[in-house]
Design a protein around this ligand. Structure first.
Ligand SMILES: Cc1cc2nc3c(=O)[nH]c(=O)nc-3n(C[C@H](O)[C@H](O)[C@H](O)COP(=O)(O)OP(=O)(O)OC[C@H]3O[C@@H](n4cnc5c(N)ncnc54)[C@H](O)[C@@H]3O)c2cc1C
Length: 335
């Protein structure tokens, strides 16, 4: 097997941080993965590198999951069960499903990263989350190299959360994910964000899966920087879910503060609004900064280190907490 040493991860993370891996290997089969895990337990798993901020060199063996393949597991008149291996690129998988007229993930078009990582933070966009079509995933336990199947319930999905970020953090490597998708009577979701407006502009009244995907792609391209042009990791922070008491307190000083009900006692507040109001949108600190159109996105203008970007993130968190009394948490994995 081909182990690299002192390997630059610059082209393996969308922030474009030039951190080094002590050792690096890309694996292409479960057998290879099991063999490596038998001898190495101090490891770091890398998918597409689009949800991490490398703040230091990785003094471990970095295993890049490059398992490929898409299979139809089952089908009936209404549904198809499609299994994609962990190293498949997520957006290419979405396009494959749209091409076959399999519905349910079209709103998640153009999210960077790999299929195997999608359950970890229950990726979501435009009113849809992966949990809506997730059927099961297969994962290898690092300690025993046993393959375990997780159904939807055992993944304990929440807003940008799952069991793999909590109780089972760093214990399993996801090797494939199976989705249950519609073959007909697709449940289209056009009510979120600007999808409806985009379809109207194009004079589309009965949208296909492809129309929705195209609308999402157009909106995303107009809002989010392309990591190939400007290093970033998408939304750096989660939208905070706070108690009504905290929200009401903030509202006394900032009556216009937006919020969305989550439960009887909790509301979700858009982190982008808080960061913008705190004056950070478009600010630059050396090569680290906050995107000019999207306050939730931290960017690397070229040669920022992960530590510099983290320092900006901490400054934002402290200012937002001081101003609004609302803590905001990173969505991106800080390494
Ligand atoms: C421009 C941009 C836009 C984005 N928009 C969205 C969005 O709309 N919605 C959204 O939810 N996210 C979004 N993201 C975040 C990101 O795309 C997703 O979180 C994606 O699922 C990360 O996949 P990845 O393969 O790149 O993960 P990586 O960054 O490689 O890994 C993320 C974490 O998962 C672990 N990991 C990776 N693969 C495995 C595996 N097979 N098994 C176990 N652990 C693993 C890693 O160790 C790491 O801790 C965006 C990112 C960017 C850059």
């Amino acid at each position: 097997m081909n182990f690299e040493t002192n390997f630059s991860l610059k082209s393996y993370n969308t922030f474009g941080i030039d951190a080094k891996a002590k050792q690096f290997i890309a694996i292409h089969s479960k057998e290879e993965l099991a063999a490596i895990l038998q001898n190495h337990q101090d490891i770091f798993i890398l998918g597409g590198g689009s949800n991490m901020l490398l703040t230091q060199n990785v003094d471990k063996l970095v295993i890049h999951i490059d398992l490929k393949g898409i299979e139809i597991i089952d089908t009936n008149e209404d549904y198809v069960w499609v299994k994609a291996h962990a190293g498949e690129n997520w957006h290419n998988f979405v396009l494959y499903c749209i091409e076959k007229n399999y519905g349910g993930i079209e709103n998640l078009s153009l999210i960077p990263g790999n299929v195997g990582t999608t359950p970890i933070q229950n990726i979501g966009a435009y009113g849809v989350e992966i949990k809506d079509t997730f059927f099961c995933c297969e994962a290898m336990e690092i300690a025993s190299q046993k393959l375990v199947t997780f159904d939807k319930e055992s993944c304990a999905f929440g807003y940008r959360e799952s069991v793999f970020k909590n109780e089972l953090k760093n214990q399993f490597i996801i090797t494939s994910v199976t989705f249950k998708l519609t073959k007909k009577n697709h449940r289209l979701n056009t009510s979120y964000g600007a999808i409806e407006t985009e379809l109207t502009n194009k004079k589309i009244t009965s949208p296909t899966l492809k129309d929705i995907s195209n609308a999402v792609i157009t909106i995303r391209k107009s809002k989010l920087p392309d990591p190939k042009e400007l290093g970033n990791s998408g939304s750096f922070f989660k939208n905070p879910i706070v108690s009504k008491t905290i929200y009401e307190k903030a509202k006394t000083n900032y009556p216009e503060i937006p919020h969305y009900p989550v439960s009887e006692n909790e509301v979700k507040v858009p982190a982008g609004w808080l960061i913008e109001q705190a004056g950070f949108k478009g600010k630059r600190f050396g090569d680290a900064g906050i995107h000019k159109n999207q306050a939730l996105v931290l960017v690397n203008y070229g040669h920022a280190t992960g530590a510099e970007i983290l320092a900006v993130a901490k400054m934002i968190q402290e200012t937002v907490l001081e101003k609004f009394g609302i803590p905001i948490e990173a969505e991106v994995n800080i390494i």
